[in-house]
Design a protein around this ligand. Structure first.
Ligand code: CO6
Length: 361
C-alpha cells in the first residue's frame, strides 16, 4: 500500500548552491529537475541565474570554480571565459570589477550579501513518500473532531506498569501502547472506522485486523510503521513491538512489510510538543487521531455545565492532567456523529482504565 520510491539519478542528491542575490525557485521545480538546465537556441545554458555556455562551464569545472560565485560581464550577466580566468586569478578583484561594470547593480550591494548562499536540495526518499501520500490525502474531504481526555488515572496506571515492564521485560512503557489498546477496544464496536475505501469511493472494506500505523519522527523524516493485529495483543506485546519498530525506524532498517497494511493511524505529536494538531488521513484509511501534549489544568470536576455559575465562586479547582485528541475522518464515508460516538468510547476507556482492563484478553 505504501510505495517507497527509489532515489533519483546518482547526481540528484548533490547539494546545489547559488548566490543569495538570485531569486528563489519553487521547491517542486528544484525537486523535479535539480540539475537539469534549459538550453536556448544559441547553445547558452540557463541554469536559473547562472547563464553561460558549455565551453565556459567546462573551463570552470577544470579550474574547480563554482559558477554561481562568478560575476558575469556578458549580455544579461552571462559568464564569459575571461570572467572565469579573472576569477581564478583573483576572486575578489573579479567580483569588484564586475560590480563596477554593471550599471544595474545598486551601490548598496555588500560583500556579505554575495557571500550568503541558498541551498537547493532534491526531495526524495521518505520526503518523496510524504509528498505522494499527502497529495493523495488532499483529494479527500476531511472532517476534524476534537476532544479532551482527563488522563490522571491512565497516567498512574502507566507509572505503576512502567517499572514492572522495565524490570521484568526490559521494555519501556510509554503512553502509546495504552492508547493503541484503547483504540483497538473502541474499534471493536466501530468496525466501519477500521476500514479502507476504494479509489472511486464505491466500496469499503471493514478490516478484521486492527493494524494501527504509528507516526514516528525519525532522522529521515516522518514514517508510519504499523503495529499489526492489536486486537489479539497484550499491552506488553504492543509495547515490545512498538519498541522494536522504533529502533528499526531510527536505524533505517524498516522494510516495506513494516510500513504497509495499516487500517487506522495514530500520531502522538505531544511527545514533541503542541496541544492541538489537525491530522491528515493516510488514504485509503478513513480515520486518524493526533494526540497533543499532556498538560495540567484547573478543572471543576463536580460542577455540571447545567448548574448555576454562581456555584463556581465557592468551588475549588482541581489540578487535572488532560490530553487533547483530534480525529480526522474521510467525510465522504464517515459522519461526525459516528466519530463523536467512537471518541466518547475511547475517552471512557482512557478515563476509566478498569473498564479497559475488564475487556483485555
Ligand atoms: N505528552 C507529554 N509527554 C509525552 C507524550 C504526550 N502526549 N507522549 C509521550 N510523552 C513522553 C513520554 O512519556 C516519554 O517521557 P518519559 O516517560 O519521561 O521518558 C517521552 O515523552 C518520550 O516518549 P517516546 O517518544 O520515547 O515514546 P512514545 O511511545 O510516547 O512515542 C513515538 C513514540 C514514536 C510516537 C514518538 O517517539 C514520536 O516519534 N512522536 C512524533 C510523531 C510525529 O512526528 N507525529 C507527527 C506526524 S504529523 O500528526 C501530524 C497532525 C500532524 C502534526
Amino acid at each position: 500500500m505504501i510505495d517507497i520510491e527509489t532515489d533519483g539519478p546518482a547526481d540528484a542528491g548533490k547539494t546545489l548552491t547559488k548566490a543569495a542575490s538570485s531569486s528563489s525557485t519553487t521547491p517542486s521545480k528544484s525537486a523535479a529537475a535539480p540539475v537539469a538546465a534549459a538550453k536556448s537556441a544559441d547553445n547558452t545554458v540557463h541554469n536559473d541565474k547562472v547563464l553561460t555556455t558549455p565551453a565556459v562551464r567546462k573551463i570552470a569545472k577544470e579550474n574547480n570554480v563554482n559558477l554561481s560565485l562568478v560575476p558575469g560581464t556578458g549580455p544579461k550577466n552571462r559568464i564569459l571565459k575571461e570572467d572565469i580566468l579573472n576569477f581564478v586569478k583573483d576572486p575578489s578583484a573579479a567580483k569588484s570589477a564586475a560590480q563596477s561594470d554593471s550599471s544595474s547593480l545598486s551601490s548598496s550591494s555588500s560583500s556579505s550579501a554575495v557571500a550568503a548562499e541558498d541551498t537547493r536540495v532534491p526531495i526524495r526518499g521518505v520526503q518523496r513518500l510524504m509528498v505522494k501520500s499527502m497529495t493523495a490525502s488532499l483529494a479527500v474531504p476531511h472532517l476534524t473532531y476534537c476532544e479532551e481526555i482527563a488522563f490522571d488515572a491512565m497516567k498512574s496506571l502507566r507509572e505503576e506498569l512502567k517499572h514492572v515492564f522495565a524490570k521484568q521485560h526490559d521494555v519501556k512503557l510509554s503512553y502509546m501502547p495504552l492508547l493503541l489498546k484503547a483504540t483497538s477496544l473502541a474499534l471493536k464496536q466501530f468496525p466501519n472506522l477500521n476500514a479502507t475505501v476504494n479509489v472511486d469511493c464505491t466500496e469499503m472494506i471493514y478490516h478484521a485486523n486492527h493494524n494501527i500505523g504509528v507516526a514516528m519522527d525519525t532522522p529521515k523524516g516522518l514514517i508510519v510503521p504499523v503495529v499489526k493485529a492489536i486486537q489479539n495483543k497484550s499491552i506488553l506485546e504492543i509495547a515490545q513491538e512498538l519498541q522494536s519498530l522504533q529502533k528499526m525506524a531510527n536505524n533505517g532498517t524498516l522494510t516495506e512489510a513494516h510500513l504497509s497494511g495499516g487500517t487506522f493511524s495514530l500520531s502522538n505529536i505531544g511527545s514533541i510538543g503542541g496541544t492541538y494538531a489537525v491530522p491528515v488521513l493516510v488514504v485509503p484509511q478513513v480515520l486518524i487521531g493526533a494526540i497533543g501534549r499532556l498538560q495540567v489544568v484547573p478543572k471543576y470536576p463536580h460542577i455540571k455545565t447545567s448548574e448555576d455559575l454562581s456555584k463556581l465562586t465557592a468551588a475549588t479547582p482541581v489540578p487535572t492532567t488532560v490530553m487533547d485528541v483530534s480525529w480526522s475522518a474521510d467525510h465522504r464515508v464517515v459522519d461526525g456523529a459516528t466519530v463523536a460516538k467512537f471518541s466518547n468510547l475511547w475517552k471512557m476507556y482512557l478515563e476509566h482504565p478498569h473498564l479497559m482492563i475488564a475487556e483485555l484478553r
